[in-house]
Design a protein around this ligand. Structure first.
Ligand code: PLP
Length: 481
């Protein structure tokens, strides 16, 4: 493709994306294709000769779009959002255009320096402790996901606990890790990848609000220490996946400090709320954290992937992950005056992700990002009041930030039947979890283009569907049929 052909195709692609943005609401939110249906439409063999780009775009519409679940639909309320924005898309495109691989400062100084600067901006924007800034003892880096962030934190914690001698000492056999029963599955995955067994992971009980109980954590730490274990890592969650519960950092932090365990705070979804000073109480006690992560790719209009990961002591992270082979040696690295982000992550290579963050923050300004968060939280609270007043549904837990968890009063079967029907209708998409024994629907309000009217309409659809399910139950047919 020549630069001139690229210009033509590029304009077509931008036009296509803009038109997709305009019509995304018209599609059923959840893709309706059957397993294998997309693949059946793809050419069985790679083409021997190149094709015009326009025929690829035609097939995008014909083959790909039907197989898309429309995460950017304003009626997408499932999981946690992965919201996006035009400035972030353009930033990503610029990153692809420059196509640098920023493993070392010297392989593209701007890639490193913009990233360091954006992560410092985020410290200021979220009111995070100054020691997470590059000007303090720590610093931030962009990881692909919160899962990679917790894994890097755990490896740094493991090396700190064993002083890098894990094999000689027989550790990590006696290292123990703690997180709540409500923590994200990425914590257990990290434990396995870091070479610790799942039997070295302690799942700490939660209170009525599904937040970690510090007394249970204290007891587990004490028991393990008495049995010769070495408490190494605690992962607290600010905004759990199931119900957006907030673990009490102010009580957990001193326990970690006293036992020598590394405290990682996973605020993958909720972290963005700290843009607004009125929500920062969720971070009370954050000064105890050795590391922290949140995902601008969830709720801060920055296209996937972009997970901000901070450490209070960068030497601990770099010490754990840095191996310098001859072929990567260079003068700036040797000078000690630069950051080489390859030492802050698992892969060697890395994209210029900070560009999209730069585009988002500069295009919207912090005030507009705050305004979006405030609206989503306000609508979630409003939805919670409608649920409270409803004779069909009940809240499973008070709405927390932008997540509302609720269930049908007739029980799990009715709750599931409503979810299945609503999702099959294509008019919205929401997902479930279990809180205690109960099946619960989760409605996460975080899409860039969701308005109050979408939330209101989603509630109407849920209500109408509940009526149908109730009628069916009254007629003696099980809800699920
Ligand atoms: N932590 C929490 C609290 C989450 O809710 C999620 C995903 O929803 C994750 C971690 C994992 O996120 P990622 O996909 O960035 O690994």
């Amino acid at each position: 493709m020549t630069p001139e052909e690229f210009r033509t195709a590029g304009r077509e692609v931008i036009d296509w994306i803009a038109s997709y943005m305009e019509r995304v609401e018209q599609y059923p939110v959840m893709s309706r294709v059957r397993p294998g249906e997309v693949r059946d439409l793809l050419a069985a063999h790679p083409p021997e000769h190149g094709e015009p780009f326009s025929s690829i775009l035609d097939d995008l519409e014909r083959i790909i779009v039907p197989g898309i679940t429309h995460w950017q639909s304003p009626n997408f309320f499932a999981y946690f959002p992965a919201n996006s924005s035009a400035p972030a898309i353009l930033g990503d495109l610029l990153s692809s255009g420059l196509a640098v691989q920023g493993m070392l400062w010297s392989t593209s100084p701007a890639c490193t320096e913009v990233e360091t600067h954006m992560l410092d901006w985020l410290v200021e924007m979220l009111g995070l402790p100054a020691r997470f800034a590059s000007t303090g003892s720590g610093g931030g880096v962009i990881q692909d996901t919160a899962s990679s962030a917790v894994l890097c934190a755990l490896v740094a914690a493991r090396e700190r606990a064993t002083q890098g001698r894990s094999n000689e000492t027989g550790a990590p056999g006696n290292l123990t890790v703690y997180t709540s029963t409500q923590a994200h599955s990425s914590v257990e995955k990290a434990v396995r990848i870091a070479g610790l067994g799942s039997d070295q992971l302690r799942l700490i009980e939660v209170d009525d609000a599904f937040a970690m109980r510090p007394d249970s954590l204290a007891e587990a730490l004490e028991t393990d220490r008495a049995n010769g274990q070495l408490p190494c890592f605690v992962c607290a969650t600010v905004g759990t996946t199931s119900s957006m519960a907030i673990d009490p950092l102010a009580a957990i932090g001193p326990l970690c400090h006293d036992s020598g365990a590394w405290l990682h705070v996973d605020a993958a979804m909720a972290g963005t709320a700290a843009l607004c000073p009125e929500f920062r109480s969720m971070h009370a006690g954050i000064q105890w954290a050795d590391s922290y992560s949140f995902n601008p790719h969830k709720w801060m209009l920055t296209n996937f992937d972009c997970s901000a990961f901070y450490v209070a002591d960068r030497a601990a992270l770099v010490g754990a992950l840095s191996i310098l082979p001859e072929y990567l040696k260079n003068k700036p690295t040797e000078s000690g005056a630069v950051i080489d982000y390859r030492d802050w992550q698992i892969p060697l290579g890395r994209r210029f992700r900070a560009l999209k963050l730069w585009c988002v923050i500069r295009s919207y300004g912090v005030e507009r990002l705050r305004a979006m968060v405030r609206q989503h939280v306000a609508w979630a609270r409003e939805l919670a009041t409608w649920i409270e007043q409803s004779s069909s549904f009940a809240l499973a837990t008070p709405a927390s930030l932008n997540l509302v968890c609720f269930y049908h009063r007739d029980g799990d079967e009715a709750t599931r039947a409503i979810m299945d029907r609503v999702n099959a209708s294509g008019r919205l998409f929401l997902t479930h979890t279990r809180l205690g024994e109960r099946l619960v629907l989760r409605m996460a309000i975080g899409q860039a283009n969701t308005t109050r009217a979408h939330v209101e309409r989603a509630w109407d659809v849920l209500h109408e569907t509940a009526r149908q399910v109730e009628k069916q139950e009254d007629a003696g047919n099980p809800a699920s049929s």
